[in-house]
Design a protein around this ligand. Structure first.
Ligand SMILES: [Cu+2]
Length: 471
């Protein structure tokens, strides 16, 4: 009897939970209402079966319970043609109701409307980037073999169609409202999955082939892009945003983008011009970029150029060094503003790259053996030898002064660094920094980084990261 009541409460509770649950679809922002309808049909069919089966079970438990010596004996009835016809028929209708709508929706999903425009989504550990066709409406061919620092999406420079392609090296993509769009999905490394909950549709990115999905955005707004494939250690940090704009806003955004041709033509920095401005920096960072602990200014020499550029841009745009508790970042931010434009940043970094590397001083003591153990996770992004890795946007750590490493770790942990909405990579490091739970953890891992040999020149760094280094 009690069991029958429990089963019935389970049914009532499940139904109540279904209708009262706060976890329901986000309001839809695309044409894919059919997907919601299909899911709803699935709920109705499985819900009806769930109720019927459980109520029958409760009834059977009561009706056929043990009534002592004068209980009826259950009789054995292996064949009942009438019942079997009914059950098979009902099950067939139920299964058809579950599957058939999905087939219709899938048919729509794989048949892209003729008037859809196209752009490309590129996934990599752990970021999203995008490429739009230029005025010719065609994307140039691309290949993973062509990927390098100056051509991060691997666009084929020999293909005329690719020259006017627009490159978006940020994780924010814009779409015009009410225009059907086909997204071509490509991965640089492992499996990823492009998903925007409000759009309902999602699709895997598979290295070596181009998959796709299509939709028509129907509501302006900003929606989160998630990677819904477990794509490695930093998988959960692989986020982005898609902004659905009115046509005018979209056009304005599109006009602000750089073409592949413009990107390739960007001149590398001129160290001589950079040198002219460097004396300002030298007052805090030292004449050789060796860092001055008394002024809380880190070593710059030996750091990877692409990383210095990102940080200078971040300081300049208020992404880093704007937090009110960021005592030292706030000293640096106005200095980055002295570098008027992209060219000035590149010239400065070109000059810093010519500075000879000094070995950083060590001031912390910690348990390097324990630190080595903690460092294993760090090494997947920063390189086994702390050499830095452009592919994961992670800076070089070895050779940097330990007091500075420690302070940055503390800044990430406390949310002084890596929380700005426009910060592309800081948030990844912020979530990783939380694996260091105590000050001892920080000291130990930094003590281990202190034991990593500083590299002598950039070629050695490249060799080490090619071979994956030695453990
Ligand atoms: Cu991913």
């Amino acid at each position: 009897m009690i069991i029958a009541v429990v089963v019935m409460l389970l049914v009532v509770g499940s139904i109540a939970f279904h209708f009262l649950s706060p976890w329901w679809f986000t309001p839809i922002a695309s044409n894919w209402q059919a997907i919601d309808d299909t899911i709803n049909i699935t709920f109705w069919v499985t819900g009806a079966v769930f109720i019927a089966v459980n109520l029958f079970m409760a009834y059977a438990v009561v009706r056929y319970r043990n009534r002592g010596p004068d209980s009826e004996r259950a009789h054995y009835e292996p064949e009942n043609t009438k019942l079997e016809i009914w059950l098979t028929g009902l099950t067939a209708i139920g299964v058809a109701a579950l599957l058939a709508p999905g087939l219709y929706v899938w048919n729509d999903f794989v048949n892209v409307p003729e008037d859809a425009w196209e752009f490309e989504v590129v996934g990599e550990q752990w970021r999203w980037t995008f490429r739009l066709p230029g005025d010719d409406g065609q994307l140039g061919t691309s290949s993973a073999l062509l990927v390098n620092i100056d051509n991060p999406l691997g666009v084929d420079p020999a293909d005329a169609n690719g020259q006017d392609d627009l490159i978006v090296m940020s994780n924010v993509m814009h779409l015009p409202i009410d225009k059907p769009v086909k997204m071509l999905l490509r991965s640089k490394d492992v499996l990823h999955d492009f998903a925007v909950a409000e759009f309902r549709v999602k699709m895997d990115l598979v290295p070596g082939l181009v998959s796709y999905l299509w939709l028509t955005p129907t509501r302006t707004g900003t929606y989160d892009i998630l990677c819904e494939e477990l794509c490695g250690l930093g998988h959960f940090t692989m986020g982005g945003r898609v902004v659905v704009d009115t046509q005018e806003d979209y056009d304005a955004w599109r006009d602000s983008l750089m073409t592949f041709k413009e990107m390739s033509a960007v001149e590398s920095g001129d160290p001589l011009i950079g040198q002219a401005t460097y004396p300002v920096c030298a007052t805090c960072h030292g004449s050789q970029g060796e860092g001055i602990v008394a002024l809380n200014s880190p070593k710059l020499s030996g750091q990877e150029g692409w990383y210095l550029e990102t940080q200078l841009r971040n300081f300049k745009n208020g992404v880093r060094g704007a937090h009110e508790d960021d005592e030292f970042g706030r000293q640096m931010a106005p200095m980055a503003a002295l570098l008027a434009d992209e060219a000035a940043i590149r010239n400065m970094v070109a000059y810093i790259s010519t500075l000879p590397e000094h070995t950083g001083d060590t001031s912390l003591s910690g348990d390097a053996v324990r630190g080595q153990h903690l460092y294993r996770t760090c090494g997947t992004c920063h390189g086994v030898n702390g050499e830095g890795n452009y592919a994961t946007n992670s800076p070089r750590l070895r050779g940097q002064e330990d007091w500075y490493l420690k302070r940055q770790l503390q800044n990430f942990i406390s949310g002084v660094r890596g929380v700005h909405r426009e910060d592309l990579f800081g948030p990844q490091m912020r979530s990783m920094s939380r694996m260091l739970r105590t000050e001892k953890d920080i000291n130990d891992v930094v003590a281990y980084i202190n034991t990593l040999e500083p590299a002598v020149d950039q070629n050695q760094i490249a060799d080490a990261s090619m071979q994956g280094g030695e453990d």
